[in-house]
Design a protein around this ligand. Structure first.
Ligand code: UD1
Length: 438
Protein backbone atom coordinates (compact mmCIF):
# COMPACT_ATOMS: atom_id res chain seq x y z
CA UNK A 1 0.00 0.00 0.00
CA UNK A 2 1.24 3.44 -0.91
CA UNK A 3 0.55 6.77 0.75
CA UNK A 4 0.97 10.39 -0.21
CA UNK A 5 2.48 12.78 2.28
CA UNK A 6 2.06 16.51 1.75
CA UNK A 7 3.60 19.27 3.78
CA UNK A 8 1.21 22.15 3.26
CA UNK A 9 1.83 25.84 2.88
CA UNK A 10 3.73 26.22 -0.40
CA UNK A 11 2.43 28.64 -3.04
CA UNK A 12 2.38 26.77 -6.33
CA UNK A 13 4.08 28.46 -9.27
CA UNK A 14 5.08 27.53 -12.76
CA UNK A 15 3.72 25.67 -15.77
CA UNK A 16 1.94 22.34 -15.89
CA UNK A 17 1.00 20.35 -19.00
CA UNK A 18 -2.49 18.89 -19.00
CA UNK A 19 -2.76 15.24 -20.08
CA UNK A 20 -5.23 13.67 -22.46
CA UNK A 21 -8.76 13.18 -21.18
CA UNK A 22 -9.45 9.92 -19.37
CA UNK A 23 -13.18 10.16 -19.98
CA UNK A 24 -12.65 10.72 -23.70
CA UNK A 25 -9.97 8.03 -24.03
CA UNK A 26 -12.04 5.22 -22.49
CA UNK A 27 -15.06 5.35 -24.84
CA UNK A 28 -12.80 5.96 -27.83
CA UNK A 29 -10.79 2.85 -26.95
CA UNK A 30 -14.06 0.90 -26.69
CA UNK A 31 -15.16 2.31 -30.06
CA UNK A 32 -12.19 0.73 -31.82
CA UNK A 33 -14.12 -2.56 -31.46
CA UNK A 34 -16.41 -1.27 -34.20
CA UNK A 35 -13.67 -1.68 -36.79
CA UNK A 36 -11.75 -4.58 -38.23
CA UNK A 37 -8.49 -2.75 -38.37
CA UNK A 38 -5.73 -0.78 -36.71
CA UNK A 39 -6.27 2.49 -34.83
CA UNK A 40 -3.56 4.67 -33.36
CA UNK A 41 -4.48 7.02 -30.54
CA UNK A 42 -2.28 9.85 -29.33
CA UNK A 43 -2.51 12.10 -26.26
CA UNK A 44 -3.64 9.04 -24.31
CA UNK A 45 -3.03 9.50 -20.58
CA UNK A 46 -1.00 6.80 -18.82
CA UNK A 47 -3.55 5.86 -16.19
CA UNK A 48 -4.80 2.75 -14.44
CA UNK A 49 -8.24 3.08 -16.09
CA UNK A 50 -6.63 3.14 -19.54
CA UNK A 51 -4.68 -0.02 -18.66
CA UNK A 52 -7.91 -1.64 -17.49
CA UNK A 53 -9.69 -0.78 -20.76
CA UNK A 54 -6.68 -2.20 -22.65
CA UNK A 55 -7.09 -5.44 -20.68
CA UNK A 56 -10.80 -5.57 -21.52
CA UNK A 57 -10.01 -5.12 -25.23
CA UNK A 58 -7.34 -7.84 -25.09
CA UNK A 59 -9.82 -10.20 -23.42
CA UNK A 60 -12.06 -9.67 -26.44
CA UNK A 61 -9.27 -10.56 -28.87
CA UNK A 62 -7.72 -7.16 -29.69
CA UNK A 63 -3.98 -6.46 -29.76
CA UNK A 64 -3.18 -3.38 -27.72
CA UNK A 65 0.26 -1.83 -27.29
CA UNK A 66 1.71 1.44 -26.04
CA UNK A 67 4.41 2.66 -28.39
CA UNK A 68 6.23 5.97 -28.22
CA UNK A 69 3.45 7.65 -26.28
CA UNK A 70 0.76 6.33 -28.61
CA UNK A 71 -1.70 3.52 -28.21
CA UNK A 72 -2.03 1.08 -31.09
CA UNK A 73 -5.15 -1.06 -31.11
CA UNK A 74 -5.61 -3.82 -33.66
CA UNK A 75 -9.16 -5.19 -33.62
CA UNK A 76 -8.79 -7.43 -36.69
CA UNK A 77 -9.23 -10.61 -34.68
CA UNK A 78 -11.91 -9.54 -32.21
CA UNK A 79 -14.31 -12.46 -32.04
CA UNK A 80 -15.10 -12.77 -28.33
CA UNK A 81 -18.01 -10.97 -26.74
CA UNK A 82 -17.59 -11.61 -23.01
CA UNK A 83 -16.36 -8.85 -20.68
CA UNK A 84 -15.87 -10.58 -17.33
CA UNK A 85 -16.81 -9.47 -13.83
CA UNK A 86 -13.22 -9.30 -12.55
CA UNK A 87 -12.47 -6.49 -15.03
CA UNK A 88 -15.80 -4.65 -15.14
CA UNK A 89 -16.01 -4.46 -11.34
CA UNK A 90 -12.74 -2.52 -11.23
CA UNK A 91 -13.94 0.06 -13.75
CA UNK A 92 -17.53 0.89 -14.66
CA UNK A 93 -16.51 2.38 -17.99
CA UNK A 94 -15.79 -1.21 -19.16
CA UNK A 95 -19.53 -1.37 -19.78
CA UNK A 96 -18.89 0.88 -22.81
CA UNK A 97 -17.77 -2.16 -24.81
CA UNK A 98 -21.39 -3.35 -24.85
CA UNK A 99 -22.59 -1.08 -27.67
CA UNK A 100 -19.62 -1.73 -29.99
CA UNK A 101 -19.76 -5.52 -29.42
CA UNK A 102 -23.47 -5.58 -30.07
CA UNK A 103 -23.09 -3.55 -33.25
CA UNK A 104 -20.15 -5.48 -34.60
CA UNK A 105 -20.72 -9.06 -33.45
CA UNK A 106 -24.46 -8.94 -32.86
CA UNK A 107 -23.97 -10.21 -29.38
CA UNK A 108 -22.46 -9.14 -26.09
CA UNK A 109 -22.18 -10.51 -22.59
CA UNK A 110 -20.89 -7.92 -20.16
CA UNK A 111 -20.87 -8.07 -16.38
CA UNK A 112 -23.18 -5.59 -14.68
CA UNK A 113 -20.90 -2.96 -13.14
CA UNK A 114 -22.63 -2.89 -9.73
CA UNK A 115 -22.57 0.05 -7.35
CA UNK A 116 -19.61 2.17 -6.42
CA UNK A 117 -18.57 4.60 -3.71
CA UNK A 118 -20.59 7.46 -5.20
CA UNK A 119 -23.92 5.71 -5.69
CA UNK A 120 -25.83 2.81 -7.19
CA UNK A 121 -25.24 3.90 -10.82
CA UNK A 122 -27.61 1.71 -12.85
CA UNK A 123 -27.30 1.07 -16.61
CA UNK A 124 -31.04 0.96 -17.37
CA UNK A 125 -30.85 3.83 -19.88
CA UNK A 126 -28.16 2.02 -21.87
CA UNK A 127 -30.22 -1.17 -21.94
CA UNK A 128 -33.50 0.49 -22.87
CA UNK A 129 -31.72 2.17 -25.76
CA UNK A 130 -30.27 -1.15 -27.00
CA UNK A 131 -33.79 -2.55 -26.92
CA UNK A 132 -35.02 0.39 -28.99
CA UNK A 133 -32.35 -0.54 -31.53
CA UNK A 134 -33.85 -4.02 -31.67
CA UNK A 135 -31.72 -6.00 -29.25
CA UNK A 136 -33.17 -8.60 -26.89
CA UNK A 137 -31.46 -7.81 -23.61
CA UNK A 138 -31.49 -10.35 -20.83
CA UNK A 139 -29.90 -10.65 -17.39
CA UNK A 140 -28.51 -13.60 -15.56
CA UNK A 141 -25.71 -14.50 -13.19
CA UNK A 142 -24.71 -10.85 -12.75
CA UNK A 143 -24.31 -10.38 -16.51
CA UNK A 144 -26.26 -8.42 -19.10
CA UNK A 145 -26.37 -10.08 -22.43
CA UNK A 146 -27.71 -9.88 -25.91
CA UNK A 147 -27.86 -12.95 -28.04
CA UNK A 148 -29.53 -12.83 -31.47
CA UNK A 149 -31.50 -9.70 -32.19
CA UNK A 150 -35.15 -9.88 -33.10
CA UNK A 151 -36.15 -9.20 -36.63
CA UNK A 152 -38.07 -5.95 -37.08
CA UNK A 153 -38.38 -6.16 -40.84
CA UNK A 154 -38.75 -9.16 -43.15
CA UNK A 155 -35.35 -8.53 -44.69
CA UNK A 156 -33.54 -8.45 -41.33
CA UNK A 157 -32.07 -11.85 -40.90
CA UNK A 158 -32.84 -13.86 -37.78
CA UNK A 159 -29.29 -15.07 -37.66
CA UNK A 160 -27.28 -12.04 -36.79
CA UNK A 161 -23.73 -12.98 -37.32
CA UNK A 162 -22.83 -13.89 -40.82
CA UNK A 163 -19.17 -14.34 -41.61
CA UNK A 164 -18.08 -12.76 -44.86
CA UNK A 165 -14.72 -12.52 -46.56
CA UNK A 166 -14.06 -9.10 -45.02
CA UNK A 167 -14.90 -10.01 -41.44
CA UNK A 168 -17.94 -10.22 -39.28
CA UNK A 169 -21.05 -8.55 -40.60
CA UNK A 170 -24.08 -8.02 -38.44
CA UNK A 171 -27.49 -7.78 -39.73
CA UNK A 172 -29.70 -6.97 -36.83
CA UNK A 173 -29.65 -3.52 -35.23
CA UNK A 174 -32.11 -1.08 -36.70
CA UNK A 175 -32.08 2.69 -36.40
CA UNK A 176 -34.55 4.02 -33.82
CA UNK A 177 -35.73 7.16 -32.05
CA UNK A 178 -34.33 7.07 -28.55
CA UNK A 179 -35.20 9.49 -25.76
CA UNK A 180 -33.02 9.43 -22.66
CA UNK A 181 -34.87 10.22 -19.42
CA UNK A 182 -31.60 11.72 -18.18
CA UNK A 183 -28.66 12.91 -20.31
CA UNK A 184 -26.40 10.08 -19.18
CA UNK A 185 -22.87 10.35 -20.54
CA UNK A 186 -22.28 6.59 -20.68
CA UNK A 187 -25.69 5.78 -22.21
CA UNK A 188 -25.24 8.46 -24.89
CA UNK A 189 -21.81 7.04 -25.77
CA UNK A 190 -22.85 3.39 -25.75
CA UNK A 191 -25.93 4.06 -27.91
CA UNK A 192 -24.12 6.39 -30.29
CA UNK A 193 -21.50 3.69 -30.88
CA UNK A 194 -24.09 0.94 -31.39
CA UNK A 195 -26.11 3.10 -33.80
CA UNK A 196 -23.15 3.79 -36.12
CA UNK A 197 -23.55 0.30 -37.62
CA UNK A 198 -27.34 -0.02 -37.28
CA UNK A 199 -29.47 -0.06 -40.42
CA UNK A 200 -31.05 3.33 -41.05
CA UNK A 201 -31.30 6.48 -38.95
CA UNK A 202 -31.11 6.84 -35.18
CA UNK A 203 -31.83 9.92 -33.12
CA UNK A 204 -30.81 10.22 -29.49
CA UNK A 205 -32.86 12.92 -27.77
CA UNK A 206 -31.91 14.53 -24.47
CA UNK A 207 -28.39 13.32 -25.16
CA UNK A 208 -25.45 14.23 -22.94
CA UNK A 209 -23.48 17.20 -24.32
CA UNK A 210 -20.09 16.79 -22.63
CA UNK A 211 -16.94 17.57 -24.68
CA UNK A 212 -16.08 13.84 -24.39
CA UNK A 213 -19.27 13.02 -26.35
CA UNK A 214 -18.16 15.40 -29.09
CA UNK A 215 -14.68 13.85 -29.09
CA UNK A 216 -16.14 10.35 -29.44
CA UNK A 217 -18.39 11.50 -32.30
CA UNK A 218 -15.43 13.16 -34.05
CA UNK A 219 -13.45 9.94 -33.70
CA UNK A 220 -16.32 7.80 -35.01
CA UNK A 221 -16.84 10.17 -37.94
CA UNK A 222 -13.13 9.92 -38.72
CA UNK A 223 -13.62 6.13 -38.84
CA UNK A 224 -16.40 6.66 -41.39
CA UNK A 225 -19.52 7.05 -39.22
CA UNK A 226 -22.21 9.60 -40.03
CA UNK A 227 -23.02 11.44 -36.81
CA UNK A 228 -24.41 14.95 -36.55
CA UNK A 229 -25.38 17.07 -33.57
CA UNK A 230 -22.95 15.73 -30.94
CA UNK A 231 -22.68 18.40 -28.23
CA UNK A 232 -26.33 19.33 -28.69
CA UNK A 233 -29.55 17.86 -27.26
CA UNK A 234 -30.32 15.71 -30.30
CA UNK A 235 -27.74 13.49 -31.96
CA UNK A 236 -28.55 12.08 -35.41
CA UNK A 237 -26.77 9.00 -36.67
CA UNK A 238 -27.09 7.47 -40.08
CA UNK A 239 -25.94 3.87 -39.96
CA UNK A 240 -23.07 2.81 -42.23
CA UNK A 241 -21.95 -0.67 -43.29
CA UNK A 242 -18.49 -0.55 -41.79
CA UNK A 243 -15.97 1.64 -40.03
CA UNK A 244 -12.23 1.81 -40.67
CA UNK A 245 -9.25 2.11 -38.35
CA UNK A 246 -7.77 5.61 -38.13
CA UNK A 247 -5.34 7.90 -36.23
CA UNK A 248 -6.76 10.22 -33.63
CA UNK A 249 -5.59 12.58 -30.89
CA UNK A 250 -7.63 12.74 -27.66
CA UNK A 251 -8.79 16.10 -26.21
CA UNK A 252 -7.16 17.44 -23.03
CA UNK A 253 -8.61 16.44 -19.67
CA UNK A 254 -10.89 19.24 -18.47
CA UNK A 255 -11.20 17.75 -14.99
CA UNK A 256 -7.44 17.48 -14.53
CA UNK A 257 -7.19 21.09 -15.76
CA UNK A 258 -9.90 22.21 -13.33
CA UNK A 259 -8.09 20.46 -10.48
CA UNK A 260 -4.84 22.34 -11.22
CA UNK A 261 -6.76 25.62 -11.50
CA UNK A 262 -8.06 25.01 -7.99
CA UNK A 263 -4.58 23.98 -6.82
CA UNK A 264 -3.41 27.41 -7.92
CA UNK A 265 -6.34 29.18 -6.29
CA UNK A 266 -6.17 27.32 -2.98
CA UNK A 267 -2.44 27.99 -2.52
CA UNK A 268 -2.80 31.61 -3.75
CA UNK A 269 -0.36 30.49 -6.38
CA UNK A 270 0.43 31.46 -9.92
CA UNK A 271 0.08 28.50 -12.27
CA UNK A 272 -0.03 28.40 -16.05
CA UNK A 273 -1.78 25.40 -17.59
CA UNK A 274 -0.56 24.26 -20.98
CA UNK A 275 -2.63 22.31 -23.44
CA UNK A 276 -6.02 22.76 -21.72
CA UNK A 277 -9.13 24.07 -23.44
CA UNK A 278 -10.76 26.88 -21.52
CA UNK A 279 -14.02 26.57 -23.47
CA UNK A 280 -14.52 23.11 -21.89
CA UNK A 281 -14.38 24.72 -18.45
CA UNK A 282 -16.85 27.56 -18.75
CA UNK A 283 -19.08 26.83 -15.75
CA UNK A 284 -16.08 26.30 -13.46
CA UNK A 285 -14.34 29.43 -14.74
CA UNK A 286 -17.52 31.49 -14.26
CA UNK A 287 -17.91 30.27 -10.69
CA UNK A 288 -14.25 30.93 -9.91
CA UNK A 289 -14.52 34.46 -11.35
CA UNK A 290 -17.51 35.00 -9.10
CA UNK A 291 -15.35 33.87 -6.18
CA UNK A 292 -12.64 36.37 -7.13
CA UNK A 293 -10.16 34.23 -9.02
CA UNK A 294 -8.70 35.55 -12.26
CA UNK A 295 -8.41 33.08 -15.10
CA UNK A 296 -7.10 34.16 -18.47
CA UNK A 297 -6.45 32.34 -21.68
CA UNK A 298 -3.25 33.58 -23.34
CA UNK A 299 -2.69 31.83 -26.64
CA UNK A 300 -3.84 28.48 -25.31
CA UNK A 301 -2.10 28.82 -21.93
CA UNK A 302 -4.49 29.26 -19.01
CA UNK A 303 -3.22 31.62 -16.30
CA UNK A 304 -4.69 31.47 -12.81
CA UNK A 305 -4.31 34.21 -10.23
CA UNK A 306 -6.06 34.32 -6.92
CA UNK A 307 -6.38 37.36 -4.71
CA UNK A 308 -9.08 37.73 -2.08
CA UNK A 309 -11.57 34.93 -2.49
CA UNK A 310 -15.18 34.86 -1.32
CA UNK A 311 -17.58 31.96 -0.88
CA UNK A 312 -19.97 31.11 -3.71
CA UNK A 313 -22.66 28.45 -4.12
CA UNK A 314 -22.54 25.74 -6.77
CA UNK A 315 -24.91 23.08 -7.98
CA UNK A 316 -23.70 20.21 -10.13
CA UNK A 317 -25.59 19.73 -13.40
CA UNK A 318 -25.11 17.90 -16.70
CA UNK A 319 -22.77 19.74 -19.10
CA UNK A 320 -22.60 22.70 -19.68
CA UNK A 321 -23.53 22.92 -15.99
CA UNK A 322 -21.02 22.67 -13.17
CA UNK A 323 -19.33 19.23 -13.38
CA UNK A 324 -19.93 16.73 -10.60
CA UNK A 325 -16.33 15.63 -11.17
CA UNK A 326 -15.18 19.05 -9.84
CA UNK A 327 -17.52 19.18 -6.84
CA UNK A 328 -15.12 17.66 -4.28
CA UNK A 329 -12.19 19.85 -5.37
CA UNK A 330 -14.38 22.98 -5.27
CA UNK A 331 -15.49 22.04 -1.78
CA UNK A 332 -11.85 21.83 -0.64
CA UNK A 333 -11.39 25.40 -1.89
CA UNK A 334 -14.58 26.66 -0.24
CA UNK A 335 -13.62 25.00 3.06
CA UNK A 336 -10.92 27.66 3.61
CA UNK A 337 -12.73 30.56 1.90
CA UNK A 338 -14.41 33.18 4.14
CA UNK A 339 -18.21 32.95 4.12
CA UNK A 340 -20.72 30.20 3.58
CA UNK A 341 -20.95 28.15 0.41
CA UNK A 342 -23.80 25.79 -0.38
CA UNK A 343 -22.70 22.98 -2.65
CA UNK A 344 -25.51 20.90 -4.12
CA UNK A 345 -24.94 17.55 -5.83
CA UNK A 346 -27.66 16.60 -8.29
CA UNK A 347 -25.93 13.95 -10.44
CA UNK A 348 -24.90 11.26 -7.95
CA UNK A 349 -26.72 10.25 -4.79
CA UNK A 350 -23.74 9.68 -2.54
CA UNK A 351 -20.95 11.95 -3.61
CA UNK A 352 -20.02 13.57 -0.30
CA UNK A 353 -17.62 10.89 0.93
CA UNK A 354 -14.83 13.47 1.08
CA UNK A 355 -16.74 15.55 3.65
CA UNK A 356 -15.91 13.35 6.63
CA UNK A 357 -12.24 13.40 5.65
CA UNK A 358 -12.20 17.20 5.26
CA UNK A 359 -13.83 17.44 8.70
CA UNK A 360 -10.89 15.48 10.12
CA UNK A 361 -8.64 18.24 8.76
CA UNK A 362 -10.66 20.92 10.57
CA UNK A 363 -13.22 21.93 7.93
CA UNK A 364 -16.71 23.05 9.00
CA UNK A 365 -19.19 21.29 6.69
CA UNK A 366 -22.72 20.04 7.31
CA UNK A 367 -24.60 17.79 4.94
CA UNK A 368 -28.29 18.60 4.50
CA UNK A 369 -29.87 16.20 2.01
CA UNK A 370 -28.17 16.66 -1.32
CA UNK A 371 -26.41 19.85 -0.22
CA UNK A 372 -23.30 20.53 1.81
CA UNK A 373 -23.17 23.75 3.80
CA UNK A 374 -19.53 24.77 3.91
CA UNK A 375 -18.47 27.43 6.39
CA UNK A 376 -15.00 28.65 5.49
CA UNK A 377 -12.45 28.17 8.29
CA UNK A 378 -9.18 30.10 8.71
CA UNK A 379 -6.99 27.07 8.17
CA UNK A 380 -6.95 23.31 7.84
CA UNK A 381 -4.52 21.14 9.71
CA UNK A 382 -2.70 17.85 9.29
CA UNK A 383 -4.49 14.55 9.74
CA UNK A 384 -4.28 11.04 8.36
CA UNK A 385 -7.08 10.82 5.76
CA UNK A 386 -8.37 8.23 3.36
CA UNK A 387 -9.20 8.61 -0.32
CA UNK A 388 -12.64 7.16 -1.12
CA UNK A 389 -12.94 7.75 -4.84
CA UNK A 390 -11.06 9.44 -7.63
CA UNK A 391 -12.21 13.05 -7.25
CA UNK A 392 -12.43 12.81 -3.45
CA UNK A 393 -8.72 11.90 -3.53
CA UNK A 394 -7.99 15.03 -5.53
CA UNK A 395 -9.91 17.12 -2.98
CA UNK A 396 -7.78 15.71 -0.16
CA UNK A 397 -4.59 16.52 -2.06
CA UNK A 398 -5.81 20.09 -2.54
CA UNK A 399 -6.68 20.37 1.16
CA UNK A 400 -3.25 18.94 2.04
CA UNK A 401 -1.55 21.62 -0.05
CA UNK A 402 -2.73 24.33 2.34
CA UNK A 403 -3.11 22.41 5.59
CA UNK A 404 -0.69 23.11 8.43
CA UNK A 405 1.73 20.25 8.94
CA UNK A 406 1.92 16.90 7.20
CA UNK A 407 -1.20 15.41 5.66
CA UNK A 408 -1.04 11.69 5.07
CA UNK A 409 -3.41 10.31 2.42
CA UNK A 410 -3.96 6.56 2.14
CA UNK A 411 -5.80 4.44 -0.46
CA UNK A 412 -4.29 6.54 -3.21
CA UNK A 413 -4.84 3.89 -5.87
CA UNK A 414 -8.00 5.86 -6.69
CA UNK A 415 -5.79 8.78 -7.80
CA UNK A 416 -3.80 6.62 -10.20
CA UNK A 417 -7.04 5.86 -12.02
CA UNK A 418 -7.42 9.44 -13.17
CA UNK A 419 -4.45 11.76 -12.57
CA UNK A 420 -1.33 11.20 -14.63
CA UNK A 421 1.91 11.69 -12.65
CA UNK A 422 0.18 13.97 -10.14
CA UNK A 423 2.93 13.82 -7.52
CA UNK A 424 5.56 14.75 -10.12
CA UNK A 425 3.43 17.54 -11.63
CA UNK A 426 2.68 19.10 -8.21
CA UNK A 427 6.33 18.78 -7.12
CA UNK A 428 7.40 20.62 -10.27
CA UNK A 429 5.03 23.43 -9.24
CA UNK A 430 6.74 23.66 -5.85
CA UNK A 431 4.53 21.45 -3.67
CA UNK A 432 6.16 19.39 -0.93
CA UNK A 433 4.60 16.10 -1.82
CA UNK A 434 5.89 12.55 -1.89
CA UNK A 435 4.59 9.06 -2.43
CA UNK A 436 5.81 6.49 0.04
CA UNK A 437 5.40 2.73 0.45
CA UNK A 438 4.04 1.69 3.80
C1 UD1 B 1 -19.43 9.73 -16.66
C2 UD1 B 1 -18.00 10.00 -16.25
C3 UD1 B 1 -17.92 10.38 -14.78
C4 UD1 B 1 -18.86 11.55 -14.50
C5 UD1 B 1 -20.26 11.27 -14.99
C6 UD1 B 1 -21.19 12.46 -14.86
C7 UD1 B 1 -16.76 8.53 -17.73
C8 UD1 B 1 -15.91 7.32 -17.89
N1 UD1 B 1 -17.22 8.80 -16.49
O1 UD1 B 1 -19.88 8.62 -15.89
O2 UD1 B 1 -16.57 10.75 -14.49
O3 UD1 B 1 -18.90 11.77 -13.10
O4 UD1 B 1 -20.22 10.90 -16.39
O5 UD1 B 1 -20.67 13.56 -15.49
O6 UD1 B 1 -16.98 9.26 -18.68
N2 UD1 B 1 -27.87 6.82 -14.67
C9 UD1 B 1 -29.02 6.04 -14.62
N3 UD1 B 1 -29.19 5.07 -15.55
C10 UD1 B 1 -28.27 4.83 -16.53
C11 UD1 B 1 -27.11 5.63 -16.60
C12 UD1 B 1 -26.93 6.61 -15.65
O7 UD1 B 1 -29.85 6.23 -13.74
O8 UD1 B 1 -28.49 3.92 -17.35
C13 UD1 B 1 -27.64 7.86 -13.64
C14 UD1 B 1 -26.41 7.54 -12.79
O9 UD1 B 1 -26.73 6.66 -11.73
C15 UD1 B 1 -26.02 8.91 -12.29
C16 UD1 B 1 -26.37 9.81 -13.47
O10 UD1 B 1 -27.30 9.08 -14.28
O11 UD1 B 1 -26.76 9.27 -11.17
C17 UD1 B 1 -25.19 10.24 -14.32
O12 UD1 B 1 -24.55 9.10 -14.85
P1 UD1 B 1 -23.81 9.09 -16.25
O13 UD1 B 1 -23.93 10.42 -16.90
O14 UD1 B 1 -24.22 7.89 -17.00
O15 UD1 B 1 -22.30 8.91 -15.77
P2 UD1 B 1 -21.23 7.87 -16.30
O16 UD1 B 1 -21.29 7.77 -17.77
O17 UD1 B 1 -21.29 6.63 -15.48
Amino acid sequence: MQKIIITGGERLKGRVRISGSKNAALPIMAATLLTNGVTTLSNIPRLKDVTTMARVLRTLGAKVEFKEGRLKIDTTNVDRFLAPYNLVKTMRASFLVFGPLLAKLGRARVSLPGGCAIGSRPVDLHLRGFEELGAEVSMGGGYTQVTPVRSKTPEASASLVARTSNGVKRDGLLGAEIYLDFPSVGATENLMMAATLAKGKTTIENAAKEPEIVDLANFLNKMGAKIKGAGRDTIRIEGVKELKGTDYSIIPDRIEAGTYIIASAITRGDIILEGAKINHLESLVTKLHEAGIEIEDENGAIKVKAGRIKAVNVKTMPYPGFPTDMQAQFMALMSITPGISIITETIFENRFMHVSELLRMGADIKIEGSSAVVKGVKSLSEAPVMATDLRASAALILAGLIAKGKTEISRIYHLDRGYERIVEKLSNLGAKIERIKQ
